[in-house]
Design a protein around this ligand. Structure first.
Ligand code: CUA
Length: 341
């Protein structure tokens, strides 16, 4: 190959590499990492991206050079000289990709193995997925269940994921990993948060009509703030348990039926916002044009009969008509209408 050709090929290749690198590097394609596992995934991502940029530059240089150098010229309809291929080139374009793909596999396998490793000192969180809400319980802290995933900074966390109904998938983009929650089995995910902040927990498996709304918050806190939160939640849970025994079976049903995963209801101490706030049922009933008790009953057994403004139909399960007995339904309605003015 003549020297001038090589120089031109290298120049075009470097220009193509510079453009590809700028697109990869200067556009923020991914949210900023907030977890150690995500950093390892990012390393694999960049390892692969650099290889891709090099190959792209090589291919682009040869194509651009060939388009210009060997373009059709006026008055030249002749065929090119017949050739028989090039053994050296064929060996190179087989061996080089084999080496690169093997390297990518090894780097990925190492990152995956490291991401799966759990230090002996870690926090355990049980994650329950159901249509269409997440709940997080902390077995190390008795009675602590939350609709938010609060995590202390720099402490490894093992999530144990379960599902009550269909397949969901747990994903916090800033933590970089996805894991399915599958009915009947328990799956796991290790997270080591390294940056304070509030991030979205996203369900990333189409699980029904409320899939797009199946979100929660992951909040990474300083260890001291986390301990304070644990203490305050446990106090709330104790108070709620006392109120439940005082408030009778209705409040207990509210809890076991999972109402608090989606609804705010002060007597039960819940603060979820997927569904309407149940502390304002009188106003809702007025808007629906129905007597309060009838309105509450209908909304439990036939959730789509009236949809409060700002909310969507088909999110609340319509199974309570069959899963609750007549007596249980009465108790639940009573506790819900009790403190409404
Ligand atoms: Cu749960 Cu999508």
């Amino acid at each position: 190959m003549r020297r001038g050709v090589l120089v031109r090929l290298v120049a075009v290749g470097l220009a193509a590499a510079a453009v590809a690198f700028a697109v990869a590097f200067f556009i923020p394609w991914l949210p900023t990492s907030a977890g150690k596992e995500r950093d390892r995934i990012d390393f694999v991502f960049w390892f692969v991206t650099v290889i891709c940029i090099a190959i792209f530059a090589l291919v682009a240089a040869v194509i651009l050079y060939a388009i210009v150098r060997f373009r059709a010229r006026p008055d030249d309809d002749s065929d090119g000289a017949p050739i028989h291929g090039h053994t050296g080139l064929e060996i190179a374009w087989t061996a080089v990709p084999a080496v690169l793909v093997t390297a990518i596999s090894v780097v990925s396998a190492v990152a995956l193995a490291q991401n799966d490793r759990l230090p002996s000192k870690h926090l355990r969180v049980n994650v329950m997925a159901q249509q269409f809400a997440w709940s997080f319980s902390y077995p190390a802290y008795k009675g602590l269940t939350s609709s938010e995933l609060r995590l202390p900074l720099n402490e490894a966390v093992e999530l144990k994921l379960r599902s009550k109904d269909v397949i969901h998938s747990f994903w916090v983009p800033q933590f970089g990993q996805k894991q399915d929650a599958v009915p009947g089995i328990t799956t796991r995910l290790v997270i080591t948060p390294k940056r304070l902040g509030t991030y979205a927990v996203v369900c990333t498996e189409l699980c029904g009509e409320g899939h797009a709304l199946m979100r929660a918050q992951a909040i990474v806190m300083r260890p001291r703030g986390f301990s304070a939160w644990v203490a305050s939640q446990q106090k709330l849970a104790d108070e709620a348990a006392q109120q439940a025994s005082a408030g009778g079976p209705g409040l207990a049903l509210f809890r076991t039926s999972g109402c608090g995963n989606c609804h705010t209801f002060k007597p039960a101490g819940t603060q979820a916002t997927t569904g309407p706030d149940l502390d304002n049922l009188s106003a809702d009933a007025r808007r629906a044009g129905k007597p309060l008790e009838q309105f509450v009953r209908e909304s439990i057994v036939d959730p789509n009969s009236y949809i409060e403004k700002g909310y969507q139909p088909n999110i609340m399960p319509s199974t309570f008509a069959t899963s609750l007995s007549k007596q249980q339904l009465d108790q639940l309605v009573q506790v819900l209408v009790k403190d409404q003015q």
